[in-house]
Design a binder for this molecule. Sequence first.
Ligand SMILES: C[S@@+](CC[C@H](N)C(=O)[O-])C[C@H]1O[C@@H](n2cnc3c(N)ncnc32)[C@H](O)[C@@H]1O
Length: 379
Amino acid sequence: MTPSYAILGTTPNLSILELQTVLTRLDGHQNVVSISPQIARFDSSTDPAVIMSQLGGTVKIAAPVASAPSLPELIELVAKSELFTQKAFAVSASAEIDDLKSLASSLKQAVQARGHRFRFRLLSSLQESSGITTRYEEISFVKTDSHYLCLHTLTVQSLQKWTNKDFGRPKSDPHSGMLPPKVARMMVNCALPQPLSPEIVVYDPFCGTGTILNEALDLGVSVIGSDIDSKAVAFATHNTAWLKDSYQVPGSSKLFVSDVLEVTPKQVQADAIVFEGYLGPPNIKPEKIANYHKGLKKFYIGVIKHLAQLQKPGQRLVMAIPEYHSFGQVKSFHDLIDSSEKYGYTQVAKAITYGRAHATVKRTISVLQKQSDGRKISS
Ligand SMILES: C[S@@+](CC[C@H](N)C(=O)[O-])C[C@H]1O[C@@H](n2cnc3c(N)ncnc32)[C@H](O)[C@@H]1O
């Protein structure tokens, strides 16, 4: 089987975890290997367009054209390949390759020397693309630890659909913080290694405007959402109705107002729980961080213990909780996640930090699985 390559988005660790879970779901196994900070290699018998339609954290899937120990050797091999017809090419390169223009010019010369035409335009990054494969063939040059590689894009993320889900939904609330839909999609995927159907239910106990609920619905499962704030529940109700109407998804939705700590097993029977929890006040002052951190730690211990009572062994809990970055210091809840066993969970993978480079409030995203060994939850 020829390997495929995933060009990853801006949170590559989470993208890889997502890809592993989605391939397990589609193929029953996975062998995803990170080959550079932005690229993962994998084998799959599933149509790349089908894989792409599920993912939030992969921007392109590509096939290998050629690989070589140096760029001049790679250019010769690529020029010899059967790619070159009358079509125009869009060319990109990974950050380690600094002179893309002269690389493309050398390739043009090598292709012309073989009697073919080579019209090209340059892309600003490996991630840039946006559905241009209809007008252009797209190739990328990347450097791994051991060699150079040329990739031919097979499928790209639908920029139009992701933009619509982000900016086209009727209700938004930037003040309480909203997850980008692609991050919400990655979290939902990481929670669901099993085959998807409308009988599968995802629960978000801090649903806010419903970003996580919409991504679960868009994958074809059903959702339950709750929030302590009735306005948030009203917004999420609008947004889920909009998603269902816009994309004709098969799942159902149920929403209600509740404090997370008061939700009962009778209200929620779900196959996975996915949430972005309370992050503290917006624009938190540095001198207040220590206090909030202490209070929120107690809160999140209570939340995890409570949610554990709603889950069956083997079910997953994927959560984004805050971590505070200020003057080179980080206050996070990694210790809480590392000791999740005390609360009835095991960690599926190491916790991942998500957030803009200089943001004070970032998120720690962790994937936990309810223990199946019958161990008691400590008090
Ligand atoms: C960061 S926001 C979630 C945003 C959501 N992921 C979105 O994209 O719109 C956190 C949410 O937690 C809710 N919340 C805070 N404390 C809560 C509690 N004790 N129980 C339930 N919800 C709570 C807030 O009302 C807010 O909507």
